[in-house]
Design a protein around this ligand. Sequence first.
Ligand code: PGA
Length: 249
Amino acid sequence: MPASVFVAKNYDSLCDLVADRLAALVQAKPDAVLGLATGSTPLGVYDRLARRHHRAGLDFSRVTCFNLDEYYPMTPASPHSYHHFMQENLFRQINCPRWFVPDGRPRGEDEIAQACRSYEAHIAAAGGIDLQLLGIGRSGHIGFNEPGSLPDSRTRLVTLDPVTRQDAADSFDGLENVPRQAVSMGIGTILDAREIVIMASGAAKADIVRSAWTEDVSGRVPASWVRLHPNTRLCLDEGAARLLPNSRF
Ligand code: PGA
């Protein structure tokens, strides 16, 4: 079955659409396992989930969350960490007691590899991911699976693409401060999820969205691998969809 594409009028409607899907899953399956993403794109989704928790009692007390990635080296307490990002933008505001982010603390290669295997085992022990939320980077990455990433890749230490480091430069006060590596779930980890929702917003993403959705499925554009998954939804706003042929507004 081809992946389906949804085009929302603007960023707010896009976030409504994605938040509705996540909330419906948590309501239908109170012990759902969610795979979550960082970046600016999902912020509006997290804001809506927090509001639903406060206003409508959406209950995350039995939910488990696994994030895609973390910079390396990075301590969880750093304001630049994805651990910190998730705490501030979602987990401080909802009642989810079990949430995990890959461990970016500096240590030896063997220890990192062991921690990556443990992360995979932890996801499996939780029953696997019900829904994986993804953004897409201008390099074509999902998580920090940069160009060249293969569909059987698992959680591992990766090298960041120059485009990814450039896009992070402002938030690190300069390119020289952006880490060169990260720990990321693999494409294989992502494809194991029972459902994938990939979201993109704005004209700056239009070209990579077009490549990921219309060119050959290959490691050249890692996001294209999700088209192999039988239950994938690409959720866009009009800006991100504008180079897709036949996109319906
Ligand atoms: P963004 O990042 O949401 O900040 O554009 C997306 C990504 O790199 O996956």
